[in-house]
Unconditional design. Structure first.
Length: 137
């Protein structure tokens, strides 16, 4: 098992994993160009986990200079409950900390009960004091 930095050439493999992972929302920015833009803006902060050359897990991480954000933590179904997701999260949080970021957020789909449980176990706390508002531009 190898954990390495995600690169734009991984796009076809990671999008396939995301499309087959419950709780992952695919958006307009999840194109190859969108991934490349995100990775260039947040160098060294997003990772994949490979076994025998196959990507079995991903995490995307970035920050705005104040707060960190995690997106698209995905672990292939048959590799779950082996600590892979935890390792990816710890690696991403370590990179945030190295860049002087001391708070991180994750957006979780309301109906993603497994995801909510995972993030709670990782020490993330559900916020009841804010709601997300979005606009397409």
């Amino acid at each position: 098992m190898i954990i390495r930095e995600m690169n734009p050439d991984d796009w076809s493999k990671v999008i396939s994993l995301w499309q087959n992972t419950e709780g992952i929302g695919i958006g307009r920015s999840d194109t190859k160009e969108g991934l490349e833009k995100f990775l260039n803006r947040n160098k060294g902060m997003s990772f994949v986990c490979e076994i025998d050359g196959k990507i079995i897990a991903t995490i995307m991480c970035g920050h705005d200079g104040r707060r960190g954000f995690i997106y698209h933590l995905a672990v292939a179904e048959n590799f779950r409950l082996q600590g892979i997701g935890k390792r990816l999260v710890e690696k991403a949080l370590e990179e945030l900390k190295n860049q002087g970021i001391h708070k991180c957020h994750i957006f979780v789909m309301k109906n993603n009960e497994k995801g909510k449980s995972f993030w709670s176990k990782m020490g993330f706390q559900k916020r009841d004091d804010i709601e997300v508002f979005s606009i397409d531009i």
